[in-house]
Design a protein around this ligand. Structure first.
Ligand code: GN1
Ligand code: MG
Length: 373
């Protein structure tokens, strides 16, 4: 076992001696390991994570958000007769009574209890699994609907401020730091032509038409744990970006990732589209679990949230490609460009399917959805 990782693990109150660490998860930001500890009677399992300090500048605030929100969720889960050990994340304290440890190099570490007999799905295109993820994110939204959103820290300022993302993209095109802009003119024009789109939700939020809620902000299918034994969603993970935000963005981020017929970095764009079958499965699960707390305007803007979050992701991936891939981890050349292309392909496809997407929300909510313009 790597000595540094061993030393880091020993800073936390673990049941037993750390004996094995295996890297897992395919997140683009943090590094994650499955940590096994041996004690007299058997083994205890944990998840060890190194938090990306370039992305999350303030670990104190980050972990304060997470511990407040998980404490709130656990109380509600308990009150509803659930199992807080499995349905919420259980973070382990350090010997100093903190939920994170900063090592000599300034790296930030944390540990939570590994949940047995669950799995996260990445590439699965099964409507039932996607439906389950919708139930989990809807439940998460519902349990936090009376949490005072403005008391949480903004762990990444302007995270889903699409207008700000758009301006940063324009600046990246202008600077063209790596000389890559000439090769992606088509993608750049696609984005620039849609400046108006970037404003839709930001404007509604500024006008007070959409409520600020506690949102997850990274609602990918692989951020839900599904029980292996009964196929039910158990717990929402990756709480780093839990902060004040818009429910429609959470809905939209799930759709852009999970309702796509291909993976986020698929090179064959012919395989990329937004599946209406998967979309419908998600709408059904989401509205079953949190439809009752959403306002008329939120319901009306759900399909737009899908277009916008996909557009924003396309902007972010292309910005990172133009700036030299310093934000998202990559594992091949032009990886961020491939990711950007799938997102833009999805935006074009969703723009055509908006009437269907609205009709599906109307079917499950019984209320009308707003048109694009
Ligand atoms: C990042 O690391 P991961 O995969 O959980 C990113 C999300 C993006 C996503 C794209 C903090 O999430 O916003 O949507 O990649 N997280 C952050 O797959 O930027
Ligand atoms: Mg994440």
């Amino acid at each position: 076992m790597d000595r540094n990782l061993y030393e880091v693990s020993r800073q936390f109150f673990l049941e037993g001696e750390p004996v094995a660490l295996v890297p897992f998860s395919n997140g683009y930001i943090n590094d994650t390991w499955h940590l096994t500890c041996r004690n007299g009677e058997g083994e205890a399992h944990y998840v060890l994570q190194k938090v990306n300090r370039h992305v999350f500048k303030n670990p104190e605030e980050l972990m304060e958000n997470i511990s407040r929100v998980t404490a709130w969720l656990k109380r509600k889960i308990r009150e509803n007769g659930g199992d807080e050990q499995r349905e919420a994340l259980n973070f382990i304290q350090t010997r100093d009574g903190q939920y994170f440890y900063i090592d000599a190099d300034g790296e930030c570490w944390r540990v939570y209890v590994y949940i047995d007999h669950v799995r996260c799905y990445d590439e699965e295109k099964d409507p039932e699994i996607f439906y389950q993820s919708a139930v989990a994110f809807g439940r998460f939204q519902c349990l936090l609907s009376d949490y005072p959103a403005d008391t949480l820290h903004e762990t990444i300022p302007d995270f889903h401020n699409t207008v700000d993302r758009f301006h940063k993209f324009e600046a990246a095109v202008e600077a063209d730091a790596c000389g890559r802009a000439a090769g992606v003119q088509e993608e750049i024009s696609f984005i620039l032509q849609r400046e108006k789109l970037a404003h839709v939700l930001c404007d509604l939020q500024a006008q007070g038409e959409l409520p600020l809620r506690v949102t997850h902000n990274d609602t990918k299918l692989n951020n839900v744990m599904i029980d292996d034994t009964n196929g039910k969603a158990i717990c929402v993970i990756d709480l780093d970006t839990v902060m004040p935000g818009l429910s429609v963005n959470d809905f939209g981020d799930s759709i852009r990732f999970g309702a796509s017929t291909a993976s986020e970095d698929e090179r064959d764009l012919g395989r990329v589209s937004c599946s209406m079958e998967l979309y419908e499965a998600y709408v059904r699960g989401y509205l079953e679990s949190c439809g009752a707390i959403l306002t008329e305007m939120e319901l009306a803007m759900l399909p737009m949230g899908a277009v916008l979050m996909t557009f924003e992701s396309g902007i972010r991936f292309l910005t990172d490609y133009l700036e030299g891939d310093h934000y998202f981890k990559i594992s091949r050349e032009a990886h961020n460009l491939d990711r950007a292309r799938t997102q833009l392909k999805l935006v074009a496809d969703m723009e055509e399917k908006l009437p269907q997407m609205r009709a599906i929300v109307e079917k499950y909510s019984g209320r009308m959805c707003a048109p694009l313009d």
